[in-house]
Design a protein around this ligand. Structure first.
Ligand code: APR
Length: 178
């Protein structure tokens, strides 16, 4: 199975995506915030925050799932990515965990589609090129290892991130599929 047939990259607003789940780059408190977290809570409405309260927070790299409320997406997967502190504090593993645990929840729920923002690449300060490579390779490796093929859309909010994802994906496709 060619995993790359299932992966796409778009420039846009993740709150408009009509998928089984959109992933929220959340804060550990899971009580909303700025950036994509704020946009998702605004679009979903107050029911989302109400459901998030039941978790009592979530560690960096872990993931929790809720309904999508007023969003087109049926569910929201909330995952706090790592706060980037220079790269010597396990940030890359935590970012991998955020993508992996989100994919795990999608698999457990039998989802057919999922949309990711660029987790930690905003307020949390993760260098964009490395965050892009971790995002795509973690998702690709998960699908191959688990033989779980779900339509994955990486939704970028700015041209720089969008071009990084397009270019990196093209470089991986150029490698003959093993
Ligand atoms: N759709 C898609 N992507 C978006 C949207 C949107 N509507 N709004 C912002 N983004 C992008 C940002 O441009 C960035 O590339 O999401 C990426 C992640 O940035 P942040 O939202 O700042 O998330 P992160 O870097 O993971 O920091 C999380 O910020 O908003 C707070 O509560 C959040 O404390 C948490 C922290």
């Amino acid at each position: 199975m060619d995993v790359f047939k299932h992966i796409s990259v778009v420039l846009g607003d993740i709150t408009t995506m009509d998928v089984d789940a959109i992933v929220n780059a959340a804060a550990p408190a899971l009580l909303g915030g700025g950036g994509v977290d704020g946009a998702i809570h605004r679009a979903a409405g107050p029911g989302l925050l109400q459901e998030c309260r039941k978790f009592g927070g979530c560690n960096h790299g872990e993931a929790r799932i809720t309904a999508g409320y007023n969003l087109k997406a049926r569910h929201v997967i909330h995952t706090p990515g790592p706060i980037y502190r220079g790269g010597q504090f396990g940030e890359s593993q935590i970012l991998k965990n955020s993508y992996r645990n989100s994919m795990l929840l999608a698999k457990e729920h039998g989802f057919k589609s999922i949309a990711f923002p660029a987790i930690s690449a905003g307020v949390y300060g993760y260098p964009k090129p490395e965050a892009c490579q971790i995002a795509i390779t973690t998702v690709v490796d998960f699908m191959k290892a688990q033989q779980f093929f779900i339509d994955v859309v990486f939704v970028l909010f700015d041209q720089e991130n969008y071009q990084l994802y397009v270019d990196y994906l093209a470089s991986l496709k150029a490698i003959p599929v093993q």
